[in-house]
Ligand binder design. Structure first.
Ligand code: PMP
Length: 306
């Protein structure tokens, strides 16, 4: 991934892709304390490449840094502009963007007090996070043997680098068992989220999602709330058990990378019809129309890169 053409924004400058490097004693590499975002830009019909919900992602990045007490050396305006610039300067019509704030190699050990926060933003083409079939037919999911973060073990509201060890263990286990994603339960055994997605359940004409206690406050999740409201659904946030998913009419994951993905099977039980459900299909279509600027509503969600 490092050996390619292009430019990466690093600490205020555009750097050639191959030269955007750090030292092996980079603090975040050792202890995992850093914050990042996953953002997408889409090609729109009339406004060129646009970044979806850029402001919200940038706000979450700053909130993550605040939670972890990382001083941010750049203001929001600079980072909003940096994200637009990497899409533009790499000539991308559609892109996945990765802003990250990390500690450098100014000191070592947990007590290091001379650390500086560095910030990078990269962007690349990443058309489909899962196999492309997943969007239409759904994925097979396995409940994880790994528990999702507890609110007093790590900070769940921060999109923190180290939090993703838990996600990777769960995802690897799910993939090894022949599933495509993990369903993670909280420390009390209730449904929390996927390894990198929030989860929704449809049953008897109602839509449910876990409350935010131990899952990430997803921006796609929030988008689905708005889209569902337009269809007349008030999404209910509450505790959900894994067996509620077994007997759901529909279930789906949401995330910037994964977008809106139906769940067709959980732990060997067929969920609903075993394919994409009608409400999932509707919300998914509305989501793709939103990100591509094919709807008049919520045009403020899109920021043109030019
Ligand atoms: N949960 C986790 C653990 C995630 O990593 C992500 C992806 N950022 C999400 C949920 C979905 O969040 P968003 O819709 O903001 O991408």
């Amino acid at each position: 991934f490092a050996d390619r053409d292009g430019t990466i924004w690093l600490d205020g400058e555009m750097v050639p892709w191959r030269e955007a490097k750090v030292h092996v004693l980079t603090h975040t590499l050792h202890y995992g304390l850093g914050v990042f975002e996953g953002v997408r830009a889409y090609a729109t019909a009339d406004r060129g490449a646009c970044i979806f919900r850029l402001r919200e992602h940038t706000d979450r990045l700053f909130n993550s840094a605040k939670i972890l007490r990382m001083p941010m050396p750049f203001d929001k305006t600079t980072l909003l502009e940096a994200q637009r610039a990497v899409v533009r300067e790499n000539n991308l019509d559609e892109a996945y963007l990765r802003p990250m704030a990390f500690y450098g190699s100014e000191g070592m050990g947990l007590r290091a007090d001379s650390l500086k926060t560095h910030v990078m933003v990269a962007a690349w083409e990443w058309p489909s996070y899962m196999n492309p079939e997943a969007r239409d037919h759904g994925i097979k999911v396995r409940t994880s043997s790994y528990t999702r973060h507890h609110v007093n073990i790590t900070m769940c509201k921060a999109k923190a680098n180290g939090n993703y060890i838990n996600s990777m263990l769960a995802l690897r286990e799910a993939l090894d068992s022949g599933a495509e994603e993990a369903l993670m339960l909280d420390n009390e055994g209730y449904v929390a989220e996927g390894s990198g997605e929030n989860v929704f359940v449809v049953r008897k004409g109602r839509i449910f999602t876990p409350d935010l206690t131990s899952c990430l406050d997803g921006i796609t999740r929030d988008t689905i709330f708005t889209l569902a409201a337009e269809l007349g659904y008030a999404i209910e946030e509450r505790r959900i058990t894994r067996d509620e998913l077994y007997i759901a009419d529909e279930a789906f994951f949401t995330g910037t990378a994964a977008e809106v993905v139906p769940i067709r099977e959980l732990d060997g039980r067929v969920v609903g019809s075993g394919s994409r459900g009608p409400l999932t299909e509707k919300l998914q279509a509305m989501y793709f129309d939103s990100v591509r600027g094919n709807r008049r509503q919520n045009s403020e969600w899109l920021t043109p890169v030019k």
